[in-house]
Design a protein around this ligand. Sequence first.
Ligand code: SF4
Length: 198
Amino acid sequence: MLERYHSILKKERFAVHWLARSIDAGVGDLEGASADELREANARGVATLRRMLGRPAGAEEAVAGASLLDVKLELARRVLAECAFCERRCGADRASGEKGYCGVGAESRYCSDFLHMGEEPELVPSHTIFFSGCTFRCAYCQNWDIAMHPSAGYPAEPAMLSAVLLEGIGQDLCRQAARLRRLRHVQPRGQRLQPFGQ
Ligand code: SF4
């Protein structure tokens, strides 16, 4: 099960998001496309992507027009207007700043990040980025100070998040290479980060 995961770590294969940016979605006007057109483009792109999964890492480049990744981003933007990102499906219009059950509106908030050493051996260390707010209300929460306070932290702007991810990739933390990137506890809004590598 972890074969593909380890092959990505060894740079033998590309991660899914990297492949998705190299697939032409065949959509000329993303914002003008209907939801059905986007869903169809997504289904076509995903079928292509599945055929690429077993390939060794090659020279896939980002396409000039709308990619499968762009289609997914546009779909995510539309979901944000009637949020169903988690199983609460509370329908908040986060795009307009309304806050749902998780307490997160249009803007995700970065709280902290570090190399997490407490996961399963295959995933340690994992570079974990914590966002404020949460979709659960667990009585035993060990991160209640950020999970229950969605206004904690700082606006998670794409440039800042990219820098945080780069820092993890740069192995500056504890002088160890992170084997995984994790974003938790809430689903951030759909946003494209600056390119930072595979
Ligand atoms: S992510 Fe937040 S706003 Fe969206 S459905 Fe879940 S609780 Fe509601």
